[in-house]
Design a protein around this ligand. Structure first.
Ligand SMILES: [Zn+2]
Ligand SMILES: [Zn+2]
Length: 65
């Protein structure tokens, strides 16, 4: 099993994050927020913003799966 690298994204340190998933590691940072279904357009936009993972549905957007 691969060792979990500690993610440095600011989302992890905050209690009131407004997104469900971390954009850097795809982990759930706020489980109280429901996962959303995203359009391809929304994902294309996030990809352009260099988000590795979608903050709404947790899907990996950049890099290999
Ligand atoms: Zn993270
Ligand atoms: Zn998404």
């Amino acid at each position: 099993m691969k060792a979990q690298v500690r993610c440095t994204n600011w989302n992890h340190g905050h209690a009131n994050v407004t997104v469900r998933y971390c954009s850097m590691c795809g982990e759930v940072v706020n489980k109280n927020i429901a996962a959303k279904e995203c359009s391809l357009e929304a994902h294309a936009k996030r990809r352009r913003n260099q988000s590795k993972y979608c903050v709404d549905c947790g899907e990996q957007l950049i890099g290999e799966r």
